[in-house]
Design a protein around this ligand. Structure first.
Ligand code: URA
Length: 293
């Protein structure tokens, strides 16, 4: 095999850098030579709202191996704009209100999953491989909620399957729990590209579905793993090191249940010294389950 030219080696290094940085999802089938495009007008600081919203859902373009740049002199490829269903046009408020209406229609978790699978107003579904709805026992008294699926969950279609999931399993086991006695979901059911954080708009659009999912599981205790889940469900703006270990009330249609905030396993993998705090929270969880808190 001929060795790559310097230009090819540069492009390969450039791609490696982006893959390392998490840009591992190709969002278009054709490459775009952004350097060859005519200069676009300088962005105005106060763009009209309509334009800003349209930009926000425009998919970023990521080059993929084997399709780097057209050979010199080749005509620029004509690329049909990709529409991404209603996600390209729906305003976030409209999408969230549509999500609410649809989520309310679900009378069971299976129905909710089907409705969610057909819901096309969240752009994340177009970059994810699979819908990651939930796992575990739908009758469980304890429901765990994470933030959003990662690469392993996206591939398998179930929450907490990767390293964070393995740690979560160990933490649960330490207090006598497992996936047969708990139910696990996420605030956002599709993987954000490159594992970036879901945007507030994405969270707002998916929120009615997770709220309905909680209603249908009807747990006695909700455990929020990390700040995004805690903030979304409690409205608190505090960081997780402040809220962890705290109990919040969570209102279900017919009763109030307890919500416990704790640290996300991914955070614990990065900062193992904080496991002692998580251990305290999990012991508090056990006491809540046993009614000895
Ligand atoms: N992190 C999450 O928040 N959820 C998952 O499902 C996996 C990792």
């Amino acid at each position: 095999m001929p060795s790559p030219s310097d230009a090819q080696a540069d492009l390969i290094a450039y791609l490696d850098f982006h893959v390392e940085a998490g840009a591992d999802a190709a969002l278009d089938e054709q490459p775009h030579d952004r350097f060859g495009e005519p200069d676009s007008p300088a962005p105005t600081l106060r763009a009209p709202r309509r334009v800003a919203t349209a930009r926000a859902v425009e998919p970023p373009v990521v080059a993929v191996a084997n399709s780097l740049v057209p050979p010199p002199g080749a005509p620029a490829p004509v690329v049909a704009p990709r529409t991404f269903g209603r996600a390209a046009s729906a305003q976030p408020d409209e999408a969230a209100s549509d999500a609410r209406t649809r989520a309310r229609q679900a009378k069971s978790l299976e129905e909710l999953e089907r409705i969610l699978a057909d819901f096309d107003a969240c752009p994340l579904r177009f970059t994810a491989k699979n819908l990651v709805f939930g796992d575990g026992n739908p009758e469980a008294r304890v429901m765990f909620l994470g933030e959003a699926p990662g690469a392993d969950e996206d591939r398998i279609g179930k929450p907490f399957m990767g390293r964070s999931g393995q740690l979560l399993d160990k933490m649960m086991k330490a207090v006598g729990l497992d996936r047969t006695s708990t139910y696990i979901g996420n605030i956002v059911p599709w993987r954000p590209p490159g594992n970036r954080n879901p945007t507030p708009q994405e969270v707002a659009v998916c929120r009615p579905f997770v709220e309905r999912q909680i209603e249908l599981v009807d747990p006695d205790i909700i455990v929020c793993l990390g700040a995004p889940a805690t903030q979304t469900l409690t409205g608190s703006k505090d960081g997780i090191l402040r809220t962890r270990g705290r109990l919040f009330p969570y209102t279900l249609p017919n009763r109030e249940v307890k919500l416990l905030a704790t640290l996300h396993p991914a955070f614990l993998l990065r900062q193992p010294v904080q496991k002692r705090l998580a251990w305290r929270d999990f012991r508090a969880l056990r006491a809540l389950i046993d009614g000895t808190a």
